[in-house]
Design a protein around this ligand. Structure first.
Ligand SMILES: Nc1nc2c(c(=O)[nH]1)N[C@H]1C(S)=C(S)[C@@H](COP(=O)(O)OP(=O)(O)OC[C@H]3O[C@@H](n4cnc5c(N)ncnc54)[C@H](O)[C@@H]3O)O[C@H]1N2
Ligand code: MOO
Length: 414
């Protein structure tokens, strides 16, 4: 697609083609390690886990009440049973339940072998050692069966999976305290540019604070990644090349920001070309057009644009899926849905735009989205106040208030 605004001499690569090329170029890292369950959150499971036990392990009560045998019921009539003892959670009833008897039982406690039903305590009358059951007592209720959650030997979690808190709970419920996970991805990131000032230093004229490194640190925060911030490299071709080559020897991935465009001091793509290979440079998205992707030796390289909003957009839309694939995690499609746009939006055809929006829902559950305000790729403040992308396809020529648009909530991005 030709970008009408930027007068590109060559067609820009569509985002789908860029993602397709990344998919082909990237293979999951080899290497696994053991992780204690308490350190396994967010790691990618490398070996499927099979349950060594039935869950539940015993038949147990789903309610506090009374366990009884349905054979003692009186054909739709009220009936009474004698109380034979108590089954506590962790301390089962030790005796044998005889005909005409029931047992006091609590949620999670083992249901005595001879019983098959539990009635909630709210539904019975108890007088000393006699329990009165109503006429509408139902048989076979409130008993959790052995293995009804997971059977012994059944696959508990199949690899590959990025482990969630619920997965840790499931593994723990089978008594598993260690899992085999993919090794962490080794990622280095740099900022480039003579104008950058590190935090804590006074700001001189013409300089700016380095916001991209702080953001990338946050965006890369993931238990599956071992991330090193390699600081700022000035706009010096030799220095950039040396630092890129050095990092490529120790990391799986290098991510840089800045110097990706066409200015006199924008060296990133040129260096990638000379010391490695460029898979693609420039894509039909806004913000984020001058992204460069390639390889130096075995190390994957993402040269993101310098503009901070372009950093976030290219990270979320391009880099994050690539890192996920590299780390061995299954791919996840970002959840998108349509909403009514309450603002008019300017847009030139040629690039898929990721405008920032504020999402709301009315009392009928209908979704609405408003522009978050200024959409320049240097405007972080409106992005900080927004909650979603308004995704406008390449061919779109603008939006009128009231039009339906596609939104992608930040909170649902991986
Ligand atoms: N003649 C053209 N100029 C530009 C084009 C183009 O196609 N033709 N593309 C524009 C687009 S789109 C983008 S995006 C930017 C990307 O430029 P670079 O990747 O080369 O980035 P820089 O020029 O180094 O910086 C751009 C902007 O971002 C600020 N910046 C850089 N690093 C940081 C940082 N770590 N923290 C905060 N801010 C940073 C920098 O000061 C610039 O203002 O190029 C357009 N130009
Ligand atoms: O891609 Mo740039 O981020 O449009 O400014």
């Amino acid at each position: 697609m030709i970008d009408a605004c930027s007068q590109e001499s060559r067609p820009l690569l569509s985002i789908d083609d860029a993602l397709g090329r990344i998919k082909t170029a990237v293979n999951p890292v080899n290497g696994t390690e053991k992780a204690a369950l308490k350190n396994a959150l967010g790691r990618v499971l490398a070996e499927s886990v099979y349950s060594p036990v039935n869950i539940p392990h015993d038949r147990n009560a789903a309610m506090d009440g009374y366990a009884f045998a349905s054979r003692d019921m009186a054909d739709g009539q009220a009936f009474t049973l004698a109380l034979a003892g108590t089954s506590w959670a962790g301390r089962p009833f030790q005796g044998q339940l005889q005909a005409g008897q029931c047992v006091r039982i609590f949620t999670g406690a083992v249901v005595p072998e001879q019983a098959d039903s539990v009635i909630m305590q709210e539904h019975v009358q108890v007088q000393e050692q006699t329990v009165h059951f109503p006429a509408d007592t139902r048989a076979l209720q409130n008993v959790r069966k052995i293995g009804e959650d997971v059977k012994q030997g059944e696959c508990l979690i199949a690899q590959p999976k990025k482990l969630t808190a619920v997965d840790l709970g499931l593994l723990a419920s089978a008594g598993i305290d260690e899992v085999t996970v993919k090794r962490q991805l080794k990622i280095a990131h740099f900022s480039t540019g003579d104008e950058l000032t590190s935090l804590g230093r006074p700001l001189e004229s013409g300089k700016i604070y380095d916001s991209n490194r702080a953001m990338l640190g946050g965006l890369l925060s993931d238990p599956g990644y071992s991330v090193v911030d390699l600081g700022v490299i000035p706009d010096n071709k030799q220095l950039l090349e040396d630092r890129f080559i050095e990092a490529s020897l120790s990391y799986d991935v290098i991510i840089t920001t800045g110097g990706a465009s066409v200015g006199e001091a924008d060296y990133v793509k040129e260096i990638l070309q000379s010391c490695g290979e460029v898979n693609f440079w420039k894509i039909a998205i806004k913000p984020g057009k001058p992204l460069a992707f390639g390889k130096i030796g075995q190390c994957h390289f993402f040269g993101l644009p310098g503009n901070p909003v372009a950093v976030v957009v290219t990270f979320q839309q391009i880099v994050a899926p690539a890192l996920r694939q590299l780390s061995g995690a299954p791919s996840v499609k970002p959840l998108r849905f349509t909403a009514t746009c309450t603002s008019a939006l300017k847009k030139s055809p040629g690039r898929q735009e990721y405008q920032r929006g504020i999402l709301s829902q009315d009392e009928n559950g209908e979704f609405f989205v408003a522009s978050a305000g200024q959409q320049g790729s240097h405007i972080l403040s409106s992005m900080s106040q927004s909650g979603c992308y308004i995704v406008l396809p390449e061919g779109c020529k603008g939006v009128q208030a009231g039009d339906r648009v596609t939104v992608e909530p930040f909170s649902l991005l991986i």
